[in-house]
Ligand binder design. Structure first.
Ligand SMILES: [Cu+2]
Length: 267
């Protein structure tokens, strides 16, 4: 696919299928030169695979050159992206204590609360079924700025609570009683006291993240119908778009406040 700026700096980059998966847009963020290179790039780029002859187009830059960035799709279709380092495996104390949300619709970043723990190589971030994000791991080459002391594996975890949960955490949309497998029409109905609050429904693949990369990550937009006390979701029939397996089902309100997930199986 042509059009990618800094094509020699894709090692240790992040990449993901942007939400919703139906849009078939792939994003790449940051990265560095091959091996122990000092080079890293703030470049992001997006390719729309639905176009006749797809090519990468530049997205907004990260705050600085970034390797080992972790990127997590959120239930509100934003992408939470955090941590990383500017140099190879955090060398010369180059961990980046920054996080931001990428909005695929606006093609822009907005700042998020900063992580407290630096993370580079062998680090991970994943979406929890309660709508928060856990970050963990990091495997720095050295523990000091002068690169004289051998590094130690980072054992502290952090949990990130997105802004909508800080604001509306005590008043989230709720998915009540419902099935844990789709019916023959690929639908599922859940009880809820306030169906009017439910604006979007997403099927989100549980994470399988390693080395900052989650190859399972995808979020599928669902059809939504309501009664006075229930919501019904419709799952697309395309098995390439929705590979069989277990998913987290999230609904969100008009402010992007997520419910807790219900686990549901797609056969
Ligand atoms: Cu490894």
């Amino acid at each position: 696919v042509p059009g990618l700026r800094d094509p020699d700096e894709t090692e240790t980059s992040a990449s993901l299928l942007l939400p919703p998966a139906q849009d078939q847009k792939v994003m790449i963020l940051g990265g560095g030169g091959v091996g122990e290179s000092k080079k890293s790039t703030p470049r992001t780029a997006v390719v729309d695979l639905k176009k006749g002859s797809p090519s990468f187009e530049d997205g907004p830059n990260l705050p600085q050159g970034t390797r080992y960035l972790n990127s997590v799709i959120m239930p509100d279709d934003s992408v939470f992206t955090t941590n990383g380092s500017e140099d190879y495996r955090g060398r010369s104390a180059s961990n980046i204590l920054k996080a931001q949300f990428y909005d695929p619709k606006g093609n822009a970043f907005r700042e998020a609360a900063s992580p407290k723990v630096g993370r580079n190589y062998h680090s991970e971030a994943l979406l929890l079924p309660d709508g928060r994000v856990a970050t963990f791991g990091s495997d720095p080459l050295f523990d000091d700025q002068q690169n004289t002391k051998l590094g130690h594996f980072e054992q502290r975890m952090e949990i990130f609570t997105p802004p909508a949960l800080h604001k509306n955490g005590k008043n989230r949309p709720v998915l009540g009683e419902g099935p844990d497998v789709l019916d023959s029409k690929r639908r599922a109905t859940f009880a809820t006291e306030h169906p009017e609050r439910v604006v979007n429904a997403r099927l989100m693949r549980p994470s399988a993240v390693t080395h900052t990369t989650d190859v399972e990550q995808r979020s599928i937009e669902l059809g939504l119908t309501k009664t006075k006390n229930s919501v019904t979701v419709d799952v697309p029939s395309d098995r390439a778009l929705v590979p069989p397996g277990w998913y987290m089902l999230f609904v969100t309100d008009g402010e992007g406040t997520p419910s807790e997930a219900k686990w549901i199986q797609v056969r």
